[in-house]
Design a protein around this ligand. Structure first.
Ligand code: GLC
Length: 731
């Protein structure tokens, strides 16, 4: 083992000869700083083909991180596996989901964290077997272990975030509402959704094309019978104010004459079996081959294919089935059929029946299948199983790099289902096939800060739930809980009840309109905080304990700090008309109420019960902080960011960096100071306000709405010219 000091708070311990995953992005020159050190706190047991790490957890230690995983924010007491898995039933006992996020932070009397840069399987027994012991088993002996330690939890996580590179920047319109459903399978259905949205005044920026748009589920093709004149359709949708977002799957259909298949075969771009023949597995189209995204030339080739759709005017994509999901292989199916035949005339006893059932259940995503698939790694044929967790990451990297080449200065919307640490530089992710279960609203709340720690910023869940039937109340509460998630998308599965915001009764449509308008009003704040987190390698979602160090804040997992100024505490339980909240310092509660003036109330530190009817949405503004709002519109392009409202809660002095840019080009890079700094001084019952502008901004009017600690409210309207406040009275 070799060790290196990367910065005062991050050390690298290199075990054996690890594969370069490119998950982190720091200057490799730092690897010249080799030091003599042994791994603190963890006991390491290097065996022949696996490595075991043990850590004795202290009373009060919380274990945070691990990204997309079941359970609360604190993972203590859980067993988790990092092995990307397409499992569409996220019950509490599941140990593996779509991503592999090998970072965790131990927060107790002191704070430390580790990141395991290893592309194979890792298991985390975090006090599941022995309450006070964490046992991590790495399925290999070659890996990089990064160790982080600093004074506070936030600084410890930041030491990791610092090595991750600048985060993915989606276009600004991607912060608008997006509507999806598996089964919008004709041009007319899509147009109908668009028209309903506009008729009902429900703001929306994008409508999704699930696999239904493809011809025979072949990537980069369009079924021209169901979607005639696609280019015209994309244009028509744009004039109505919507972008279309097609899905791309990992598997390439085996079909002679299909260009992607033919090229892949000719150039040997597909993963193989042990004999070097293209590996065959079944997904949506039936038999497919999987591109070997480990090869740079394959990434380039696949990335360029997105141009087929970009040429029609497409500006965003979602990458799916890239664990990669395997429904079955010839071998698996054969075994199952043989067993089924054997059982055909038998009176099945318990053993036979369960054997048959298990064989069927393990047909999909079986480890044996992944073991018998091969990829080229540094010139060697390597079992896919060993690098399994990199597959979705590299597919998405291929897409991101391809799109960058296609539209050099343009931002595309891009997110993926499977992921590995580092993918946050290229794209976002959604949390996969959740259900229309109330418990999954809470699961989303838990996942958001855990994902942020690993640099995944553009994130969200299927609002309303993917599987199962949503009720109106569930959709409303889920939308309220997603008010500030960067990705805000309602998505549902084929065969489930329709759950578009207009699919229920009129009252629900009205409530949803109110929630969506609030979301749009908040886009200046959401965008500002998102871009700062991406550019400064910081966090957008934080647990309360990242900022407040009282004992209660440590325990709260269902309230989140969002950006610098806001706290959310959504209602997520069926039938609840309110909830208990913990308020660590004075905060301003802003409640939007149907058909009434919004309500504002100063909440004193402590435990409170907050009433919140189904039609009401709550947002908290922290002390000496502000949020920036704009008038909602039917889509982001129609919003006027020249007229802003600043909602501030001020005790003496507050300062805010409002970041903004053109929202569509790549020029945000190296421009993290861009925007305006608002400063509000309170002096003897009067406010002194100043604004500093950096870069091109077109802000004309700012309406400052300031509340003091006593709940007294002052409104001051300023006109901005040449970057400073000119007069109190707008023309
Ligand atoms: C997968 C995706 C889901 C999509 C479906 C059909 O289950 O996770 O979002 O709708 O495939 O493409």
């Amino acid at each position: 083992m070799k060790s290196y000091l990367l910065n005062p708070h991050a050390q690298l311990f290199r075990f054996g000869n690890p594969i370069e995953t490119e998950s982190l992005s720091y200057s490799r020159d730092r690897l010249e700083l080799q030091i003599e050190a042994s791994l603190p706190l963890f006991e390491v047991d290097c065996k022949t083909d696996e490595t075991v790490l043990r850590y004795k957890m202290n009373k009060g230690d919380r274990v945070l991180g691990l990204g997309e995983a079941m359970g609360g924010a604190d993972k203590r007491g859980r067993y988790i596996e990092a092995y990307a898995t397409d499992d569409p039933v996220h019950t509490p006992d599941k140990s593996a989901l779509y991503g592999a996020h090998n970072y965790l932070f131990i927060s107790g009397h002191s704070h430390c964290g580790i990141y395991l840069d290893f592309p194979g399987r890792i298991s985390y027994d975090i006090g599941f077997t022995h309450p006070d012991e964490m046992i991590i088993i790495i399925d290999g002996v070659d890996f990089d272990l990064y160790f982080f330690q600093n004074e506070t939890l936030l600084e410890t996580v930041q030491a990791f975030r610092n090595l991750q590179g600048v985060g993915y920047a989606p276009p600004k319109w991607a912060f608008g509402n997006q509507q999806s459903r598996w089964s919008y399978d004709t041009r007319n259905k899509i147009l109908e959704v668009a028209d309903n949205m506009r008729k009902k005044w429900l703001p929306c920026d994008a409508i999704y094309l699930d696999i239904d748009y493809m011809e025979g589920y072949k990537n980069f093709t369009i079924d021209s019978t169901r979607f005639p004149d696609f280019e015209d359709m994309v244009k028509e949708m744009r004039t109505k104010g919507f972008r279309l977002i097609p899905i791309i799957d990992a598997g390439v259909k085996i079909e002679p004459g299909y260009e992607v298949y033919e090229e892949g075969i000719e150039k040997e771009y597909f993963c193989t079996n042990i004999k070097g023949e293209p590996y065959k597995a079944a997904v949506w189209p039936g038999w497919v081959h999987f591109p070997d995204f480990q090869k740079p030339q394959v990434r380039k080739w696949f990335g360029e294919k997105y141009k087929n759709l970009v040429d029609f005017g497409i500006e965003g994509f979602w990458n799916d089935m890239n664990e990669p999901s395997i429904f079955y292989t010839c071998e698996g199916l054969k075994k199952f059929i043989e067993k089924a035949k054997e059982c055909e005339r038998k009176n099945l006893d318990l053993k036979d029946y369960f054997e048959l059932e298990t064989l069927f259940e393990t047909l999909s995503g079986s480890k044996e299948d992944y073991e018998s698939m091969y990829q080229m790694l540094e010139g060697h044929r390597t079992s896919h199983h060993k690098i399994h967790n990199l597959y979705g990451f590299n597919m998405t990297r291929a897409a991101a790099e391809g799109l960058q080449d296609i539209g050099s200065n343009k931002r595309f919307l891009l997110f993926s289902r499977s992921s590995f640490t580092g993918m946050g530089r290229y794209a976002g992710l959604w949390t996969g096939d959740n259900h229309s279960w109330w418990e999954h609203i809470l699961l989303m709340i838990y996942m958001m800060p855990s994902l942020n720690m690993g640099g995944f910023l553009y994130i969200g869940s299927d609002i309303g739930g993917f599987g199962g039937d949503a009720s109106a109340a569930l959709l409303i509460r889920w939308s309220q809980a997603s008010l500030l998630t960067p990705l805000f998308r309602n998505h549902s599965a084929l065969g489930t009840r329709n759950q578009e915001p207009y699919a229920f009764d009129d009252k629900t449509t009205d409530t949803m309109r109110k929630v969506l308008e609030l979301r749009y009003a908040l886009i200046p704040y959401i965008y500002s905080e998102y871009m700062k987190a991406a550019l400064k390698k910081d966090l957008y979602f934080k647990l309360l304990s990242f900022e407040y160090d009282d004992d209660h804040s440590k325990e709260v997992e269902d309230q989140l700090l969002v950006g610098d100024s806001a706290m959310m505490a959504p209602v997520y339980r069926e039938n609840d008309r309110g909830r208990y909240i913990w308020v660590p310092e004075e905060m301003l509660l802003w409640k939007t109420v149907m058909n009434h003036q919004d309500e504002f109330q100063v909440i004193r530190p402590g435990h409170h019960y907050m009433h919140l009817e189904l039609e009401e949405t709550a947002l908290f503004i922290r002390k000496n902080k502000m949020i920036v709002l704009s008038e909602p519109a039917q889509n982001v392009d129609l919003m006027n960011f020249s007229y802003l409202t600043v909602l501030a809660f001020v005790d003496h002095y507050a300062e805010y960096h409002y970041y903004d840019d053109d929202g569509i080009s790549m020029e945000y890079k190296d421009n993290e100071q861009q925007g305006m700094i608002f400063r509000i001084h309170q002096h003897e019952n009067a406010y002194k306000i100043s604004v500093d502008q950096k870069g091109n901004m077109d802000v004309k009017i700012i309406n400052f709405m300031i509340t003091n600690m006593q709940g007294e409210f002052t409104e001051i309207v300023y006109q901005v010219s040449d970057g400073s406040l000119q007069s109190k009275q707008p023309e």
